[in-house]
Design a binder for this molecule. Structure first.
Ligand SMILES: C[S@@+](CC[C@H](N)C(=O)[O-])C[C@H]1O[C@@H](n2cnc3c(N)ncnc32)[C@H](O)[C@@H]1O
Length: 247
């Protein structure tokens, strides 16, 4: 996915070297270890988090802010008590978006150095900053019924399909009444999965993501494309999700 992480920019066909998802994920443990190793080489800065595209952070946050404001008008609207930032990196989104909007914010991030950087970057927020969980999302279960918003951005390309589905199931359980999951991700335009061997990630078509959401029992209640990003980047969509209510 080279370029927000390595993971933001449309790759050309040659970059993928015809690898298949099955090939790179044949051994799940190595797949996860490889991306962990990749991230251990990345500097804990906004530019590092965004694969050298730190300059788009401002537009990204403004787009997310507008999206969230629409969600607060839905019925039932999500509360503003507690949010969870997943794959949080150094806390870029918590700092600029979630902490100003919610009473408390928890973070989940697999890289210990990024967790430390987040604790330090967000220290000014005092007790509004909750727990920074140093955990990989495939192993992480949000506490049940705790979060008004669970924000998941630019990280699901590192999880296998199976773990993505299971993670959504656990996130759905972690929501308060009226709570929502927000997914903000790169998507391919050609209905194919792009593979980035460098950071061991994939970029999926939107349709495939919707199939995974369906399997997880969550539905899309709002969908919007992020505007004003540079043309060479993958299209980025924000999806607001709620658990399907079973009769
Ligand atoms: C492209 S950065 C995005 C960071 C943050 N979401 C942002 O937008 O600023 C990807 C982040 O996901 C983290 N990550 C990668 N695989 C992960 C996993 N399996 N579990 C949790 N975090 C992961 C990386 O360590 C990195 O901090």
């Amino acid at each position: 996915m080279t370029q927000i992480s390595t993971n933001i920019k449309e790759t050309n066909a040659d970059d993928s070297e015809q690898a298949t998802v099955e090939e790179i994920q044949v051994d799940t443990e190595s797949y996860y270890n490889n991306s962990k190793t990749y991230w251990s080489t990345v500097v804990p800065t906004v530019d590092g988090m965004l694969g050298g595209f730190g300059s788009i952070s401002f537009i990204d946050i403004r787009g997310s802010e507008q999206f969230l404001k629409h969600l607060f008008k839905q019925k039932p609207a999500p509360g503003r008590k507690r949010a969870l930032d997943c794959g949080a990196g150094i806390g870029r989104i918590s700092k600029e978006l979630l902490l100003p909007m919610f009473e408390h914010v928890d973070l989940a991030e697999q890289n210990e150095e990024f967790c430390q950087a987040a604790r330090s970057n967000l220290a000014d927020y005092g007790s509004k900053l909750g727990t920074v969980f140093n955990s990989a999302l495939q192993d992480f279960a949000p506490e049940e019924g705790r979060y008004d918003i669970i924000w998941i951005q630019w990280v699901l390309g590192y999880l296998t399909e199976e773990d993505t589905v299971q993670f959504f199931i656990r996130c759905a359980k972690g929501l308060t009444r009226g709570g929502m999951i927000v997914l903000k991700e790169n998507f391919t335009t050609n209905n194919e999965v792009d593979i980035d061997r460098m950071d061991c990630s994939v970029t999926r078509p939107l349709l495939q993501m919707k199939q995974l959401l369906n399997q997880a029992g969550v539905r899309v209640v709002r969908e919007q494309r992020q505007s004003s990003f540079p043309k060479e980047l993958y299209p980025v969509y924000m999806l607001a999700l709620r658990p399907v209510i079973k009769n």
